[in-house]
Design a protein around this ligand. Structure first.
Ligand SMILES: [Zn+2]
Length: 107
């Protein structure tokens, strides 16, 4: 399965790794790498060098690192749980997602 069910602004839960169980909103998606950046999840520390010319002080900055789709599960607004996504098509050919647990539309 190559297509992701995850879209920007979706609420997702991390289902594996060190941040398992964390919930956040998707900020960014990299379709080629099949990765998503989730707000406040999978934070990594980055050391930055200070720049005296621009007045920036060096230090440690925290930033979200992208997570692979397979580590994320979409959360359904209706049942508020991580869910499996099903697809349906509208009469004019648009693809819509729905929650396989409660059958509510996700788009
Ligand atoms: Zn649901």
């Amino acid at each position: 399965m190559k297509k992701s069910a995850i879209h920007v602004k979706d609420k997702v839960m991390v289902i594996s790794g060190k941040d398992r169980g964390k919930v956040g909103q998707v900020k960014k998606i990299d379709r080629k790498k099949e990765r998503a950046v989730v707000e406040q999840v999978n934070m990594v520390k980055r050391h930055t060098k200070g720049n005296p010319y621009s007045g920036q002080s060096g230090g440690i900055q925290e930033k979200e690192a992208p997570l692979h789709y397979s580590n994320l599960a979409l959360i359904c607004d209706s049942c508020t749980k991580p869910t499996k996504v099903g697809y349906t098509w509208t009469e004019d050919g648009r693809k819509l997602r729905f929650c396989k647990k409660c059958n509510e539309m996700l788009d």
